[in-house]
Design a binder for this molecule. Sequence first.
Ligand SMILES: Cc1cc2nc3c(=O)[nH]c(=O)nc-3n(C[C@H](O)[C@H](O)[C@H](O)COP(=O)(O)O)c2cc1C
Length: 510
Amino acid sequence: MQTNSPQETGEAPSPPRAAPVFRHDVHVAFDGESATLTSPVTAFTLRPVRGGIRRALRRLSQGPTPVHELLDGLLPAERVQVERFLDRVGHLVARSVLTHGGPGGRRELIRLEPTARDAEYRAGEVDAGLPVRLSRFAFLRSRDGALVLESPLAKFRAVLADPAAREIAAALGEPVTAGSLAKAGGLSVDETTDVLRHLVGAGFAEQADADGAFASDTEPTLRQWDFHDLLFHSRVRSGRYDDVFGAVYPYRDEIDPQPAVKPAPGGPTVELHRPAREDIADRDPSLTAAIETRRSIRSYGERPLTVRQLGEFLYRVARVRAHYTPEAGSGRDEVVSRPYPSGGQGYELELYVTVRRCEGLDAGIYYYDPVAHRLVLVNDGAADRESLFHVASRATGMEARPDVLITMTARFQRMSWKYRAIAYATTLRHTGVLYQTMYLVATAMGLAPCGLGNGDADMSARVLGLDYLRESSVGDFLLGSRSPDDTVAGEPEEGWQMLNDPQWSLQTDT
Ligand SMILES: Cc1cc2nc3c(=O)[nH]c(=O)nc-3n(C[C@H](O)[C@H](O)[C@H](O)COP(=O)(O)O)c2cc1C
């Protein structure tokens, strides 16, 4: 039997009913007068637990129970205790939106599981005459065998437990009024409105303003967030999401880790120059001079970069300088050391050098073997080389025709074997660290460096002979010789006003 809507009965709308229930990953164990609650993130014991409190805890672990039923029959002091408890452990308690009854009893429509410790449960307001739509940031996916709605704006996950809830979520792909959705999946108007109010309250759906506009499309801050950027941001810092996070070695006993050093591909090799430390010390500027005169340079000298300079550059930036092999069964990781820092000593980045103009080295696409300190030719096709250079030059507005393009790739599973949630974010941080190391070494060597913000990962995977999902590009860097008359690199162009003390003049070699 279906309940009639308030419009049909003339009654005031009933408040949305969301029934508390322990999250599926919370376990309650009773022992004498105490109860211990455990979840993947917490464990604590409540004492004394007897009478009505015990009954309430048991019901919370059995299934969703409307609050008034949970409190039914409790003494006033017990009611206060249960309500305080629900407040305190909000992050362990999901809220279920139930049907109001029906032939088979109440059905669970959606279950809102908190994903953040500070998730505050509340239903939103829905005006039956104004369109409602999913937020631009909400998305549906299969998780643990259920269809769930998630959003980086929401501190809940909505498990769409019932076909009627799935029907509503699908309909919200476009703007619809609550009235037009009424009776979706056989629900009453009240029940449909309940679902909408909870989806709006939790942040999955939004209601249009009087002009029909939705905040995620028009509000200036939200408008400037790309869907994928906000999702990424919400997942790579802890706090907003409840998945396992950090260095937890999720595949330790199931999948072999990627080695600390990538086996070099086969192909013709070119041994590279290994600079002597004293030679560098004699001619290097100070660190301060390198930092202060560092600039992105997109024009090059008449004389090309030399293979000797390329060897020195790669040696100073990216060689493997030490290798640690753990004893079997020690539980430690095989790691390496290189001149730039890397989270967990992962060193998942690899370098490929595409050469257009380099004295002493044929044009070609090479892999940099950081252990043997040599180049391995992986592709000598002129068209593939030009494809890489074309994308790189395009990133500079077709300004730069560098001697060499350095493509940084990541061996993704080297990081994701160890880290959950932050593996790719850490790789992008490593890319930035490597950019700066390259900038400073190039500046110290009197070369022309420029980092790039874009490269074509699909195309470069093809020409480098890589599998996009295992290893593909995450950064690109231009390198070339400096023009001899380019002595003022570091000096600001017209329109710039120097704000520093003259002693910090960019040309000062301190
Ligand atoms: C991550 C990153 C991406 C960059 N992307 C580009 C790019 O795609 N094209 C370009 O010409 N310069 C690029 N640059 C260089 C910046 O434009 C440059 O660092 C900025 O204008 C400041 O100038 P300066 O490096 O000379 O101090 C990039 C720099 C970094 C660090």
